[in-house]
Design a protein around this ligand. Structure first.
Ligand SMILES: N[C@@H](CCC(=O)N[C@@H](CS)C(=O)NCC(=O)O)C(=O)O
Length: 223
């Protein structure tokens, strides 16, 4: 039996969603973030040494990293669904987006989260203007320009086809959901990028997405 070690408000929501799309049997083991640090609880380290979510166990196999989990699940349970045929241009795009989501889209979103938090953290009053100045400069010179480049790129790519890999919905769309949801929650993704917003609307309307929300519990991304 597949067990999803699911951290609340996290990337593991998309693994639940994929499992619902696949119609596979699975169990959810829930873990709660530390409300102060927002880190995962130490129990997750017993599943995988990094203690991050998502991680799944399936018999003797333990699989971490969303992209690797998605590949594992579609290979075993997809029966050819949600993955373009090998050797096609769609398959190359599929592989690209599967890696791009975590390798390129997430780093500036994570930096935004960290630098926003630095400013809000308690600190001696004399340190606050310095922390604000450093966070402000890093945001305006590095993080925000990078976010704009990525959002514009993704918006343009969805002008080519309805879904990231082509005209069919694939597991790459599941993988891409998290950076886009995070961008909408904390990085200014809004109606000025209508294709990305329409993508979010379309995925949120999928019955499997809705079922996954019921299985995973509250899903509100960190701001
Ligand atoms: N690249 C990894 C990232 C895993 C990751 O950072 N997960 C976050 C949840 S969104 C986490 O476990 N955070 C809690 C912590 O770092 O303690 C993946 O895609 O699986």
């Amino acid at each position: 039996m597949i067990v999803v070690h699911h951290l609340n408000n996290s990337r593991s929501q998309r693994v639940l969603w994929l499992l619902e799309e696949l119609g596979a049997d699975y169990e959810v083991k829930r873990y709660g973030r530390n409300p102060k640090t927002m880190l995962a609880p130490p129990e997750l380290r017993a599943v995988h040494p990094l203690g991050k979510s998502p991680v799944i166990t399936d018999g003797a196999a333990t699989v971490a990293e969303s992209g690797a989990i998605i590949e594992y699940l579609v290979e075993r349970h997809g029966g050819g669904r949600f993955t373009p045929a090998p050797g096609t241009p769609e398959r190359l795009r599929y592989t690209y987006w599967l890696h791009y989501a975590e390798g390129s889209a997430m780093p500036p979103l994570l930096l935004k989260l960290v630098f926003d938090r630095i400013e809000q953290s308690p600190m001696p009053f004399f340190a606050r203007p310095i922390a604000r100045a450093i966070a402000g400069k890093t945001r305006s010179l590095l993080i925000e320009p990078q976010l704009r480049v990525h959002l514009d790129f993704m918006e343009g790519e969805l002008g080519r086809n309805a879904w990231f890999a082509g005209n069919e919905f694939t597991a790459a769309d599941v993988q891409m959901s998290f950076p886009l949801e995070a961008a909408a929650a904390r990085a200014g993704l809004d109606g000025s990028r209508p294709r990305l917003m329409a993508f979010l609307e379309r995925i949120h309307a999928r019955p499997a997405y809705q079922r996954a929300l019921e299985r995973g519990g509250a899903y509100q991304l960190l701001r």
